[in-house]
Design a protein around this ligand. Structure first.
Ligand code: LFR
Length: 479
């Protein structure tokens, strides 16, 4: 039988990877063929090194093609929210700004008090996060914005660099807070009220659609003879990860855990109630028009930042050893709010965590294992609370939690999440985002049928580990 060969370009906040995938009947092999660092740069503002990301993607595609000459398809996903602006000549006006930059400080608050939450949430269904695209655009330099002819989200920006195609892939467009979730179109009236130019927003297209062939100078660098097609995937990484959840029926919650933990359920239609707005749940769009009803929990970011800080002090801690030590720390001794916006910015994470503990009347963690245990206990509580809220607010049932993404490798976190939630946790696949990217390409090419087929294939081929709640500790005071 035929095998479909594709490459997923998956850009994460700290690294990018190119994954070579082969999909056939009962077959799904995926292999990381290229990994590259994603190191934001500071020039007054924190910016993404977009040239390095494009270079990494192109190099990875060349490696993938060299490894398998039957490579015929490429799809790109990344984090959400961020964008590049092109001038009328199609040139990028400055490198994209990082969503963790402080330029948006205070903007969301002023927009909320001016327009009211009901107006904004009722239209967009999006959670209020200070870095949503709409607040970033309001923070833009006026001259830069005036020069802009086109706004492209990060994966669309790379697709444009590879193919010349211009467009806005729907799952990522839905994260901007400029997208009308009920109409499935840009929220142009809301933009008018905010004096933002809606004409820079390109036409929206679907995941699993074709975007074009590689431009000739890219073809040359990749070694492609014209065979490769770029296909739109669920270009928001979280949408790709959810597409790869190996669920066998619909009664599940998911946690896509990496730098962030995205925690929620999959629905047929948005929930736009007062309660939902008050709980700050988001209605982002997934493949086939599904709704990713979820909330952002801080994820492994605080731990990543601690590791970075310790490394800068000359202490390169081994994560495996650190987690082994954290297992032996007493549970629930120091708990912080894993959704606190005070954890958002980069830098000085250890002291910020200690401050949060002190302020909450918790024991202040001193050692590295104690800090790590504090982060993981707090994250598990954030996971459990958010699953509870998602179920309560949506009426959706969840008998199991699928934990996917890099965080699925963290066995302590998986166990603590099961303990805190009282639900079994199925951990894996680790490369869910890349797998979701690959299966959507396969669907676009006609090599895979429905999304249910895609999930069944992933469930049958990818390793998953089960963690049952232990019930030896009472987590209820924290939920
Ligand atoms: C995860 C993610 C989240 C989004 C955050 C910022 O990588 O895409 O879904 O809220 O990054 O874009």
């Amino acid at each position: 039988s035929e095998t479909f060969t594709a490459a997923a370009v998956d850009l994460g906040a700290s690294s990018g990877r190119v994954v070579l995938g082969r999909i056939g009947t009962d077959q799904l092999d995926a292999e990381v063929v290229h990994r590259f660092a994603n190191e934001p740069k500071r020039d007054g503002m924190l910016r993404w090194d977009i040239d390095a990301l494009l270079g990494g993607a192109v190099e990875g595609l060349a490696t993938a093609l060299a490894a398998d000459r039957s490579l015929e398809s490429v799809g790109i996903d990344s984090w959400a929210v961020d964008y590049g602006l092109l001038d009328a000549g199609g040139r990028l006006i400055g490198a994209p700004v990082h969503y963790r930059d402080s330029r948006t400080d205070g903007i969301m608050e002023s927009v909320r008090s001016r327009l009211g939450d009901e107006r904004i949430y009722g239209t967009t269904g999006l959670q209020f996060l200070p870095f949503n695209t709409v607040y970033q655009l309001l923070a833009e330099d006026a001259g830069r914005l005036r020069r802009a002819a086109t706004l492209l989200m990060i994966p669309d920006l790379l697709t444009h660099a590879l193919t010349g195609a211009v467009g806005a892939e729907r799952t990522n467009a839905s994260t901007t807070q400029m997208y009308d979730v009920s109409r499935g179109a840009w929220a142009t009236e809301l933009l008018d009220e905010l004096d933002l130019p809606s004409q820079i927003l390109p036409e929206i297209h679907e995941p699993a659609s074709e975007r074009g062939a590689l431009l000739s100078h890219i073809k040359e660098r990749v070694g492609d003879d014209g065979r490769i097609r770029v296909r739109a995937v669920a270009s928001h990484d979280t949408a790709s990860a959810v597409a790869a959840v190996p669920a066998i029926d619909e009664n599940f919650a998911y946690i896509s855990c990496g730098t962030w933990s995205l925690v929620g359920v999959e629905l047929d239609r948005p929930v736009l109630s007062h309660e939902s707005a008050a709980a700050n749940f988001t209605n982002e769009i997934g493949v086939d028009g599904t709704v990713r009803y979820l909330r952002n929990v801080m994820g492994l970011w605080p731990l990543q930042e601690c590791l970075r800080e310790w490394a800068a002090e000359g202490d390169r801690v081994d994560l495996g050893e650190l987690l082994d030590a954290a297992v032996r720390e007493p549970a629930l001794r120091s708990v912080i709010d894993a959704e606190s916006s005070e954890l958002l910015a980069p830098g000085e994470m250890v002291s910020r965590i200690r401050k949060l503990c002190a302020r909450a009347g918790q024991q202040v963690p001193v050692t590295k294992p104690a800090i790590t245990r504090c982060i993981l206990d707090s994250l598990a509580i954030g996971h459990a609370r958010t699953v509870q809220d998602a179920v309560r607010l949506s009426g959706h049932r969840a008998g199991v939690i699928h934990l996917v993404g890099g965080g699925a490798q963290n066995r302590l976190l998986a166990q603590l999440t099961a303990d805190a939630s009282g639900l079994p946790v199925l951990a894996g696949p680790v490369e869910a985002t890349a797998l979701g990217n690959l299966v959507v390409q396969a669907r676009a090419a006609g090599a895979l049928g429905s999304q249910a087929d895609a999930r069944a294939l992933i469930a049958a081929t990818q390793p998953v580990e089960r963690f049952d709640p232990r019930g030896d500790i009472d987590w209820s005071p924290w939920l």
